[in-house]
Design a protein around this ligand. Structure first.
Ligand code: HMG
Ligand code: MG
Length: 300
């Protein structure tokens, strides 16, 4: 990758739809396939978690089975434990993600165990993933604040990120789960983590609850981060973080990055059309200002 190439991980079908009203399997399939047609190369398709905890993701296995896959695209899944990983292997996910938290309360609410217990659990997941040659991504939630504890210490973020990296995750995605960060704090957090994990192995996963995600990313680009997670049309939130609105909209991120001379290989208008279609299915308005603008132009 050259220095102006940016990797986007599209999380709308997972992080987005896990917190929306349930949609039919066919609509999920159409969403994933149209995003891949738009040039997305890394896409979270779903998660293998307890259907009692997140019923919206209960059909992830069926979705993986049904997808028409394109060579060179990573079809990713969240796997909290061995049971989830086995399901992801059976569904032929090409990459999986484990997810920890920098805050104890969020860890308990989200995955029903302490941070230390989660790391223990994830080491078993990593061992099985390694046997199957599956790349594993690691998430750290609550890197800029926790819905239950408020401020989160930078040392806690850096410690959990380093633990996941040492377990063998090829990349650590730092999640502002409730979108409370501001640019200087985001940059300080990245600098703290980068002392323990190489910056090339970091990604940012910012929810846009307070409308700060783009500004925060802009503050972190000069630090060398070249991978960002986003959700088409700004879908979603997190079921265990009340008030967390969707991730940063992919369309908004693409517009900013392309305008600043970065390359993503993704067609903004095609992403906006995919987002528009799923918003119609969900009966919700489009959470991306850029999508609204580019779609209004094409509808003239
Ligand atoms: P638990 O209840 O402690 O698990 O949940 P358990 O091992 O005691 O099992 C209880 C039941 O769940 C059993 O079924 C298991 O078989 C079943 P029962 O005998 O009662 O019928 N079970 C499973 N079923 C399907 N798939 C599995 C699985 N594991 C157990 N993998 C568990 C622990 C981790 C499973 C649960 O807490 C859970 O599913 N949590 C997931 C919550 C979640 O998906 N949160 C959203 C994703 S994270 C996120 O959005 C943040 C992120 O975007 C980054 C950011 O923004 O910060 C990534
Ligand atoms: Mg998230």
């Amino acid at each position: 990758m050259t220095n102006n190439e940016v990797r986007i991980v599209e999380v709308g079908a997972r992080d987005g739809l896990q917190n929306e009203v349930p949609v039919p399997l066919a609509a999920k399939q159409e969403l994933v396939e149209s995003l891949v047609d738009a040039g997305i190369k890394n896409i979270e398709v779903g998660s293998f978690v307890s259907p009692k905890w997140v019923p919206q993701m209960a059909d992830s296995g069926a979705l993986f089975q049904q997808l028409c896959r394109v060579d060179g695209v990573d079809y990713m899944a969240l796997t909290p434990n061995l049971k989830g990983l086995q399901a992801a292997i059976d569904a032929k996910a090409s990459e999986v993600a484990i997810f920890a938290s920098a805050s104890e309360s969020f860890s308990q609410k989200n995955i029903n165990c302490s941070i230390d217990e989660s790391i223990q659990r994830f080491s078993e997941v990593m061992a099985l993933a390694k046997q199957h040659n599956l790349p594993v991504r690691g998430y750290v939630s609550c890197v800029l604040g926790c819905p239950y504890e408020g401020e989160v210490e930078l040392e806690a973020v850096a410690r959990v990120a380093a633990q996941l990296y040492q377990l063998g995750c090829y990349q650590i995605s730092l999640g502002d789960t409730i979108g409370v960060g501001t640019p200087d704090k985001a940059a300080a957090m990245v600098s703290a983590v980068a002392k323990q994990v190489p910056v090339e192995a970091l990604a940012l996963h910012f929810h846009d609850t307070y409308g700060q995600a783009l500004a925060n990313i802009n503050a972190c680009l000069p630090l060398g981060i070249r991978c960002f997670d986003s959700a088409v049309a700004g879908l979603g939130g997190c079921p265990y973080a009340a008030g967390a609105s969707g991730n940063l909209a992919t369309e908004d991120l693409l517009y900013m990055l392309h305008g600043q001379g970065y390359q993503t290989g993704i067609d903004l208008l095609a992403v906006a059309k995919a987002g528009d279609s799923i918003c119609k299915t969900l009966g919700r308005s489009n959470g991306s200002k850029v999508a609204q603008a580019v779609l209004a132009k094409t509808n003239k």
